[in-house]
Design a protein around this ligand. Structure first.
Ligand code: ZN
Length: 463
């Protein structure tokens, strides 16, 4: 049951509250509130939670809009700690390849070097909106490697236009340090003009290529140097490839020798870590992002998450790109990860529904350094949340809410997605974007790219 009603704010001086949600079954994900409870939440005009509590709101509480969330779950929006949103146009490709085959045999028309103006922005928007529809309200986004740097601005502006909150992972170009730093400064100056924009959570660096592979390896010290100078986190693909895992573990010494452990390091994937790497990473304050759907699709392997958590490692979760986790469904991601861990250990107590919910929300916010604003429902944080309806489609009687939510729900149970207390998705439908027009634009651009690369390639192979 959902009802909207106009309300009148108390007092003319303060702007009226934006939204009141009441009768909700709240899962705040705050460590101090492990059990769900029925209560209310008030969102201020700034899009942040101004009040939250058990039972009925205090008498006189009013807002511009009121939602009766009776028998519905209100939980924080999901976060993806590792994403490549432009790959939203690459779903289903390379079905029979592992990570290295995916990288080495990507169809030419998907190569960023052949993109035209507007392509990267359009593809990023397509990816970001796919995330929002699936209840992911914050993402750490990597721009495409091998895209000309001017397209980074397009990716950034598309993120702003999407309405999703984001951490932008700047991909340091393959250039000598001075030139790379100059390019970075130009990009940073552009992003600085958005410093106060609520969607832009922070700037970070995203490792240019995979350690352990030839491409991108030598650029690592430059990335570390820039990260250090500007106090930025550096996210790197590390210990992902099964084929290169031995080489990758060896690269840990290279990371140390390059000063990598002196900056806030975020290891994306971190599938094949040994005891020494785990211990030294924890000591250095490095964190990891687990991407079970992607790791399964690419046959990369299974990260030993219980072991990492026991060692004190901060772990978040991610959907990676849509070319490796083709459906950006966090419920599927949680189940994929949880079930595989239980298969490995042959013990259910090793990881539970609430654990993976934490990893995909607050855990990811902590790993990305943005838990002061997102990741849980708490006064002062942004009101980014989902209303999950367990009756439409009906999952049956609920005995254990965390169990029903993680084991029995999916994309189709997300009734609404809110960002900053505003509805952005209603029953799977985007409210602030024309998804049909966007889809047509994407198809037009991909057809054009395909024709263009076919033409270029046939021209170069002529005698
Ligand atoms: Zn990745």
């Amino acid at each position: 049951m959902l009802a909207l009603a106009a309300g009148i704010a108390a007092g003319a001086a303060t702007p009226p509250a934006r939204l009141l949600v009441h009768n909700a079954t709240l899962i705040t994900m705050e460590p101090s509130e492990p059990e769900p409870f029925v209560g209310y939440m008030v969102v201020g005009a700034d899009g942040r939670i101004s009040a939250l509590g058990r039972g009925e709101p205090p008498a006189g509480t009013a807002a511009a809009a009121t939602v009766d969330a009776r028998e519905q779950v209100v939980m924080p929006g999901f976060l993806s700690g590792h994403s490549h949103l432009t790959s939203s146009v690459m779903r289903g490709i390379n079905a029979g390849r592992e990570l290295d085959g995916m990288i080495d045999f990507r169809p030419t028309f998907l190569d960023g070097r052949f993109y035209e103006e507007g392509d990267v922005g359009t593809f990023t928007l397509h990816g970001a909106l796919d995330y929002l529809r699936n209840g992911i309200t914050t993402a750490f986004n990597y721009p495409n490697r091998r895209c000309p740097p001017q397209y980074y601005n397009e990716a950034f502006r598309a993120e702003i236009a999407s309405g999703q909150r984001f951490v932008y992972g700047y991909n340091v170009p393959d250039m000598p340090y001075e030139k790379a730093r100059t390019d970075f400064l130009a990009f940073k100056a552009m992003t600085d003009t958005y410093r106060d924009h609520p969607s832009f959570l922070r700037l970070a660096l995203a490792k240019n290529g995979h350690l352990g592979r030839v491409a991108g390896h030598s650029q690592f010290p430059t990335e570390v140097r820039i990260a250090k100078e500007f106090g930025l986190p550096l996210q790197v693909h590390f210990l992902e490839s099964s084929f290169y895992q031995k080489q990758n573990r060896h690269d840990f010494q290279y990371i140390k020798d390059s000063g990598g452990l002196d900056v806030p390091l975020v290891f994306a994937h971190f599938v094949h870590a040994d005891d020494r790497i785990i211990e030294e990473s924890v000591k250095a304050g490095a964190v990891a992002i687990w991407n079970p759907l992607s790791n399964g699709r690419l046959a990369s392997g299974l990260a030993d998450i219980p072991k990492y958590l026991k060692a004190g490692l901060t772990v978040g979760m991610g959907l990676d790109g849509q070319n490796t986790a083709d459906i950006s469904n966090p419920f599927e991601n949680m189940r994929m990860g949880l079930y595989n861990i239980r298969m490995k250990y042959e013990r259910a107590s090793v990881l539970g529904p609430r654990d993976v919910l934490h990893l995909h929300t607050l855990g990811t916010a902590q790993a990305l350094g943005v838990a002061d604003r997102v990741g849980s429902l708490k006064v002062g944080k942004y009101a980014d949340f989902l209303i999950v309806d367990l009756t439409e489609p009906d999952v049956g009687p609920v005995y254990d809410l965390h169990g029903s939510l993680v084991f029995a729900c999916s994309f189709s149970n997300i009734a609404q997605v809110y960002v900053g207390g505003e509805t952005v998705v209603e029953r799977g439908r985007l409210l602030k974007h024309d998804s049909v027009a966007l889809g047509n634009d994407v198809r037009f651009r991909m057809t054009r790219n395909r024709e263009k690369t076919t033409r270029l390639l046939s021209a170069t192979t002529k005698p």
